[in-house]
Design a protein around this ligand. Structure first.
Ligand code: DX5
Ligand code: ZN
Length: 223
């Protein structure tokens, strides 16, 4: 069986906001697969970061897939802005949208990959009913809102259970993790069964980001 690709998505949240274009070039030359955009509205999570206008600016500077992560209330009101900005993936929080099924269908009808995300305290049962229609599930492995936090170990079991359901029901969504990925956690996280890892501070905070990305991508499976 072909070696599973281990996708890595640097999060610009951890980059120097005065030099985003340089951060994107750094990510591309380091071999990143996606660019993760942490959109925060100051309501769903305390900080405010940026919106679709930043996504549109980023779009003009990189050909990598843009993986938008909406940590906002009322994500459905943001969809058109992010479609116009040119993002490839639109992930919103199950906790922020009563009609997740309808919003997933709307995202896909606009030609974007549809992702659903759950915070550490939300059980996977909250998203079971839409696992058959989503393109990706973003498992928050830290409490959202901040980069540079420590991995919450119990979330790895959620990843395993999601992967088991995917296999049992023969579903096709990608599993992405978000928060606390780095050289000391990568092996365990890959082992839990993810397809993609968000890498913020461990990438942009590294002395040698390219080396850090390669180290994490190739982290050996623990026996
Ligand atoms: C946190 C964000 C994460 C964060 C990851 O709310 O959703 O994407 O940027 O940062 P690190 O990799 O530093 O934990
Ligand atoms: Zn994120």
């Amino acid at each position: 069986m072909a070696e599973k690709k281990r996708l890595i998505a640097p999060s610009v949240l951890a980059a120097d906001f005065t030099r985003i274009a340089d951060a994107l070039t750094l990510a591309e030359t380091a071999g990143a697969d996606w660019i993760h955009l942490d959109v925060m509205d100051g309501v769903f999570v305390p900080p405010i970061t940026f919106g679709a206008q930043m996504a549109a600016a980023v779009r003009t500077k990189t050909s990598l897939e843009l993986d938008a992560h909406l940590m906002t209330v009322n994500p459905s009101a943001q969809l058109d802005f992010f479609v116009d900005a040119g993002v490839d993936r639109f992930t919103f929080h199950a906790e922020a949208e009563i009609h997740s099924h309808r919003l997933v269908e709307r995202v896909k009808s606009r030609g974007l990959k549809a992702g659903i995300s759950i915070v550490p305290s939300t059980p996977i049962e909250a998203i079971i009913e839409i696992m058959g229609i989503v393109d990706q599930i973003l498992v928050m492995t830290v409490n959202p809102g901040y980069g540079g936090q420590s991995l919450i170990d119990s979330t790895l079991d959620k990843i395993r259970r999601i992967r088991e359901i995917r296999e049992k029901k023969n579903l096709g969504f990608l599993i992405e993790m978000d928060g606390g990925f780095g050289p000391s956690t990568a092996a365990r996280i890959w082992e839990a069964g993810i397809d993609a890892a968000v890498m913020g501070s461990a990438f942009f905070g590294a002395d040698d980001p390219k080396k850090a990305l390669e180290l994490c991508r190739n982290a050996k499976r623990i026996s």
